[in-house]
Design a protein around this ligand. Structure first.
Ligand code: SF4
Length: 367
């Protein structure tokens, strides 16, 4: 049959140039990628590789590891070699670790020009080493560590200050004919952050790495990131994203992937369409939705499962989904592809839905 039309997106992608982060393309027409950062000590190679494996399994495309000391730098070759996804070394303060990371086989290096002393003098040698090794760079400007000259001029980390710093550092690399870099201008305030990326997006075709820094614990950080990334991605701005949470990095990847899926920037996987419940509900919708979600965790096919509390909107939504239940009178009507396939007592809803979901998923190619 005809190939399915791609799902609609809210805006065409901003035209950015494409760079390589190892095997992952960033920018241009490459899918928006999800990044995270390991929280294990980089010196603990096994623990770090284990965490990278978990991140990879969760849908992480690129991983960053901190490199604050020589011992960390010494661990990079083994990590870069054994990781299933490209590894970016995160370097602050010490340019010698930039060279160590390049020698270690890292796919890319993140530098923060604001806190590398005399960064401008180092750019030529960093650009040459990176170019020779085919390694890309992220210029990671951060509100908390903005270049002193720029802070003195602007008084605080305004969007204009973040962008001025980024454009200046970009120009230094470009003067050395180095173009394989992306830029981030992170701030903990989504409003400042969004404005900074909007301004930056107009100044050049650099691929952009989106991030809200220090976004906070999971609940607050998820909302801050989703709001800020949504504002930008919905207008086509952003080529790779990192959600920062004070929570395990696997959670960052789940949130990042869900943001992209919500905007049709990444194929949707399992989606639970559950109603918020209301005074009409004849079943405990929260528990039902939680149990169905838990029962289907890890499913990778784009199955839409509707869990509805009553028969007002229930059958309609349940029919639109691949599979669903509309509850009422102590019973659940189970719908598959728009047809009522059976009616079961309330205490059998969860097991019936899960069994039907597994059967459908198998038909859709779930391993
Ligand atoms: Fe309320 Fe029924 Fe709608 Fe759920 S489906 S929110 S119970 S009207």
């Amino acid at each position: 049959g005809m190939p399915a039309a791609p799902p609609p997106v809210l805006a065409p992608r901003r035209r950015s140039r494409k760079i390589k982060v190892g095997t992952v393309d960033v920018g241009g027409d490459a899918p928006v990628s999800v990044q995270s950062m390991t929280t294990t000590p980089t010196t603990d190679i096994n623990a770090t590789l284990q965490q990278i494996a978990e991140l990879t399994a969760t849908g992480c495309d690129i991983v960053r590891v901190a490199c604050p000391s020589q011992d960390d730098a010494d661990a990079l070759p083994a990590i870069a070699q054994k990781s299933q996804i490209p590894v970016i070394a995160d370097i602050h303060f010490q340019p010698k670790y930039v060279f160590a990371a390049i020698d270690a086989g890292c796919a890319a290096v993140r530098v923060n020009p604001g806190n590398i002393r005399k960064f401008d003098d180092q750019v030529a040698s960093i650009a040459k080493a990176a170019k020779d090794a085919g390694v890309s760079i992220r210029i990671g400007v951060n509100a908390g560590s903005l270049d002193k000259r720029i802070m003195d001029k602007h008084g605080k980390a305004t969007p204009e200050a973040l962008v001025e710093s980024a454009v200046w550092e970009a120009s230094l690399f470009e003067e050395h004919d180095f173009h394989d870099f992306k830029i981030s201008v992170k701030h903990n305030d989504p409003v400042v952050m969004v404005r900074a990326y909007e301004l930056l997006a107009e100044r050049g075709d650099w691929p952009l790495h989106l991030g809200v820094t220090e976004a906070g614990p999971a609940f607050q950080g998820t909302i801050k990131s989703a709001t800020a990334f949504g504002a930008l991605l919905s207008r086509g701005i952003g080529d790779t994203i990192r959600v920062s949470l004070s929570a395990p990095p696997v959670e960052e990847v789940k949130v990042g992937a869900q943001i992209l899926q919500s905007l049709n920037l990444r194929p949707r996987k399992l989606e639970i369409v559950s109603c918020p419940s209301c005074g009409r509900a004849q079943v405990d919708v929260y528990t039902l939705a939680d149990q169905v979600t838990a029962g289907l965790e890890g499913m990778t096919v784009p199955l839409r499962v509707a869990v509805m509390g009553c028969v007002v909107n229930g059958p309609g939504e349940a029919r639109e989904a691949d599979l669903g239940v509309a509850s009422g009178n102590g019973k659940g009507q189970i719908f598959v592809k728009g047809e009522v396939v059976r009616t079961v007592p309330e205490d059998q809803i969860v097991e019936t839905l899960i069994a039907e979901a597994e059967r459908l998923a198998e038909e859709m190619g779930e391993p």
